[in-house]
Design a protein around this ligand. Structure first.
Ligand code: DSN
Length: 419
């Protein structure tokens, strides 16, 4: 399948200087083009974003912020960061933004550092109910350094139990409440969280790592008017480079900036910040709203079709780019489905479901997302086909090769990086 590599004019140079590494890039491009990517946290950044990443801005040390750096020679990279910041503030209507975090996890670490002292109490969505490891895993700084009180989803409808959130808040009086998730398919009522936080004077932090691009496109409600701080990653729904960011009120701006640098991080990745500026520019284009609308429509279609094949949608469906399905009705586990789909060249991830009887290494669920396939131009007809192939792969693993051929035909018609 390899042909014109995607990496621009300098790729020839890389191939002649380091053919071994160049082959890795070519093979990854082939992998992307040869499979169906349904990982809910992955997308295909545009050629313009990749061009900014592969630029000389990677060379510049720029610790500090535009106009107040620790090094000389920053006047050009300052323009990239200012552009990115202005675009983010315009897109999200936020008072302040910091685009230096290396990832969503770094953005969360900086936010804890800005608002809390070790030992403070934090209310956060339980990991097995869709939360993130930075929301209280014992293996992460959050669970080791803070007193985490987890809230969950109801057993019957698998939706966030706002009564429980309020009850736990009044009982434990957390200093910070965090909402946002990695595998919660529904919208979150940020105004309810705001009201609960206000009852005890807690900070409200929204981890919008998964939702931020849908917010940009207007496909889900924005947390910005309700939260003190919104953290996010830039490579999922926002379709930018791998990285993170923080939006906050004007009041918190100095605390957030000092927490990102120098408390948590060193020199910012200026090439990545330039690429974030490009992605934010793309998200400001009206066509981005059409994209996110298609992403959500595709996710709804995919999960409805999977339900028709016996895979139960957790919470009954989705409002976002991702869905979580309970596969126990087919007598299989999440790890089985992940492997059988991989054999058919469909990439999904096993995922715990709320109240899962299986351990995280096995799971009763699978998470699917429609970011990449929508970027590739697929629509509802393709989602129905994909759901039937997933079902075939699970119900008859011996059919993997036949399904892989159908997948190859589909991805050839909707090629990743057709340029
Ligand atoms: N890796 C992200 C996800 O898959 O949701 C979370 O960090």
């Amino acid at each position: 399948m390899q042909g014109t590599p995607y990496y621009g004019p300098d790729f020839d140079l890389l191939q002649s200087r380091d053919p071994e590494l160049a082959q890795v890039l070519l093979d990854e491009l082939d992998r992307l083009r040869g499979e169906l990517q349904l990982i809910a946290s992955e997308n295909l950044a545009s050629p313009a974003v990749l061009a900014a990443l592969g630029s000389t801005l990677t060379n510049k040390y720029a610790e500090g912020y535009p106009g107040r750096r620790c090094y000389g020679g920053c006047e050009v990279v300052d323009r990239a960061e200012n552009l990115a910041n202005e675009r983010a503030k315009r897109l999200f209507g936020a008072d302040h933004v910091n685009l230096q975090p290396y990832s969503g996890t770094s953005a969360n670490l900086a936010t804890y550092a800005a608002l809390l002292q070790p030992g403070d109490t934090v209310l956060a969505l339980a990991l097995p109910h869709g939360g993130h490891y930075t929301h209280g895993s014992r293996l992460n700084f959050s669970g080791r350094w803070f007193d985490i009180v987890p809230y969950g989803v109801r057993r019957d409808d698998e939706l966030i139990d706002y009564d429980e959130v309020r009850h736990l808040t009044l009982r434990h009086r957390p200093k910070m409440i965090i909402c946002g998730a990695t595998s919660y398919p529904r919208t979150i009522d940020f105004s309810v969280f705001r009201g609960i936080a206000d009852e005890v004077g807690a900070w409200l932090v929204v981890d919008a790592a998964h939702l931020i691009g849908l917010v940009a496109g207007g496909s889900v409600p924005s947390p910005v008017p309700h939260a003190d701080v919104v953290t996010f990653s830039t490579h999922k729904t926002l379709r930018g480079p791998r990285g993170g960011g923080v939006l906050c009120t004007a009041e918190l701006a100095p605390r957030i900036d000092q927490a990102v640098f120098p408390f948590v991080q060193g020199g910012p990745l200026m090439d990545t910040i330039a690429a974030k500026a490009v992605a934010l520019g793309e998200a400001l284009d009206p066509s981005f709203a059409d994209y996110t609308e298609s992403v959500v429509r595709n996710a709804r279609t995919l999960v409805e079709a999977l339900a028709g094949e016996g895979m139960r949608p957790v919470s009954g469906g989705t409002d976002t780019h991702l869905a979580l399905v309970d596969v126990r009705g087919l007598g299989v586990t999440g790890v089985d489905v992940e492997q059988w789909c991989a054999d058919a060249r469909i990439v999904v991830n096993k995922n715990v479901i709320p109240y899962d009887p299986e351990p995280p290494t096995v799971t009763s669920g699978v998470r699917v997302g429609t970011l990449c396939v929508t970027t590739q131009g697929m629509g509802v007809a393709e989602m129905k086909e994909i759901a039937s192939w997933i079902a075939d792969a699970v119900k008859n693993p011996a059919s993997a090769q036949t399904i892989a051929t159908k997948v190859a035909n589909l991805v050839a018609r909707h090629r990743a990086y057709p340029e």
